[in-house]
Design a protein. Structure first.
Length: 210
């Protein structure tokens, strides 16, 4: 009888680790809240799609030997994270400007984070040091060198994306639930400020983990 692609006990351990990582507030989950508040349910879920597309990119990089690349070219990955942090800072400033704009004109619409929730989500996750740490430090110990790598990575990707979708969607839809009150000028101003602060906090987390 052929062996399973992944040892069941090892996989269960991985699921436990992933559950903790997925639920822990970080740049992705903070972005999900801000995105849900600004864009509503559809935008929140679109952002989740973008973030998990980035996760698939990281899994592809892992299959190509991400750990070796990080050790060989650490500055490149540092620059990617810095660039992503600056992008999130820009989103945060954009949201704060929208708050002040609504303060001057109560009828002004709240500023959108960017042109595409999917692109914003992708940019946040592709630059997330938590993702880099996961693929360079957390995932490798769970890989069995005596088993084919592709089936293992496929199963780990399913678990990772499944956990992330649940967590990010919960955070995002929680933010979206508040979006129904965005027609109220004072509430809209307050949450535009909260959105800006959340995004700047996410950028700070990205920088602090470099």
């Amino acid at each position: 009888m052929s062996r399973l692609p992944v040892d069941p006990h090892l996989y269960l351990t991985f699921l436990g680790v992933m559950a903790v990582m997925a639920l822990t507030p970080g740049p992705a989950n903070l972005f999900s809240v801000a995105n849900g508040v600004q864009r509503g349910k559809a935008g929140a879920l679109a952002g989740v799609v973008g973030m998990n597309v980035a996760t698939l990119v990281w899994f592809g990089a892992a299959a190509l030997g991400l750990g070796a690349l990080v050790h060989a070219f650490p500055e490149i990955f540092r620059l990617i994270s810095i660039g992503g942090a600056l992008y999130v800072v820009w989103l945060g400033i954009n949201a704060l400007r929208g708050a002040f704009r609504t303060a001057a004109d109560p009828n002004a619409p709240v500023v959108r984070l960017g042109r595409s929730a999917i692109v914003d989500g992708f940019m946040v996750q592709i630059a997330n040091p938590k993702a880099i740490l996961f693929f360079t430090a957390v995932l490798p110990p769970f890989l069995d060198v005596e088993r084919p790598a592709a089936p293992q990575l496929a199963l780990f990707a399913c678990a990772t994306i499944g956990m992330d979708v649940l967590s990010m969607s919960a955070y995002g839809l929680g933010g979206a639930a508040l979006a129904r009150r965005m027609s109220e000028p004072r509430f809209r101003r307050g949450f535009a400020l909260v959105t800006g602060v959340l995004l700047l906090a996410a950028a700070g987390l990205i920088v602090s983990r470099l």
